[in-house]
Design a binder for this molecule. Structure first.
Ligand code: HEM
Length: 236
């Protein structure tokens, strides 16, 4: 163990930066050239592992936001939503890197993956589990204010925090949708649509997941708002 005068943390690595961030452990988590089936395994691993980290952060922020909402503290919860959105956006943007891999080279990488499938992504599964709880709290807070959803949108300036929460939930839902459709296009570009994934799931099943939404009522309300406005015009 070496501690220079300017290094104060305990640990085997040479600097506090490496000790705190545990960089040697982190950077040993990717296979090296000696075990690669193809050199793009590094690109594949970096995108997936970094996505898992962003989704870990996203889930932690969602769980904290949920705790705030359970205590009726909407504002501190709202401050955490941009962190969730950005985490999902970074996962979305990272998919660009995978398109740098040729479809043929991906077939070589794929041989190393066993039955590994995105269905088993801990990050995606944990954020998908956390998001509905936020919606449940929103519905509870709506009932507590004794206001119907349509009226929340019509009288949004009177219920600023609750309205911002409704819009934050919509944005979160939208970001998840955007990731899913971007991923779907990536899959089509990498392996095609009329094939099966590493666990034997036909890729066409992913197309059905594309229309999934966490908060259908927050999307349906847009139609109601339009109809309400049209009905009001009719009255005048
Ligand atoms: C070249 C890159 C990729 C390919 C070819 C690919 C392919 C696939 C395929 C074929 C499926 C269907 C299920 C299966 O059989 O595995 C799937 C599902 C999934 N993949 Fe990927 N994937 C890629 C990158 C990623 C990345 C970077 C993530 C980030 C975590 C990811 C997350 C998921 C998730 C969560 C599912 C479950 C279905 C869904 O949520 O839409 N995939 N992927």
């Amino acid at each position: 163990m070496s501690y220079g005068p300017d290094q104060i943390l305990k640990g085997a690595e040479g600097t506090d930066y490496e000790r705190y961030l545990r960089t040697s452990e982190l950077l040993s988590l990717q296979k090296g050239p000696d075990t690669w089936k193809h050199r793009d395994e590094l690109l594949f691993a970096v995108v997936h592992q970094s996505s898992e980290l962003w989704l870990k952060l996203c889930t932690a922020e969602a769980e904290q936001a949920l705790d705030y909402l359970k205590r009726d503290e909407i504002r501190p919860a709202l401050r955490l939503f941009p962190r969730m959105m950005l985490s999902i956006k970074y996962c979305h943007e990272a998919l660009d890197m995978l398109e740098q891999m040729s479809p043929w080279d991906y077939q070589q990488v794929r041989r190393a993956l066993g039955h590994g499938s995105g269905f088993d992504s801990p990050g995606m599964n944990s954020i998908r589990k956390a998001i509905p709880g936020l919606g449940i709290e929103f519905t509870r807070l709506l009932a507590k204010e004794n206001i119907e959803l349509l009226q929340l949108f019509v009288r949004h300036t009177e219920f600023e925090d609750l309205y911002l929460l409704a819009e934050a939930l919509v944005e979160l839902d939208e970001r998840m949708y955007l990731w899913r459709s971007r991923h779907f296009k990536l899959v089509e570009r990498s392996i095609g649509l009329k094939v099966s994934g590493t666990q034997g799931t036909p890729v066409e099943i992913l197309a059905r997941l594309n229309s999934f939404t966490f908060f259908p009522e927050l999307w349906d309300i847009r139609t109601e708002i339009t109809n309400y406005a049209v009905a009001q015009e009719g009255e005048n």
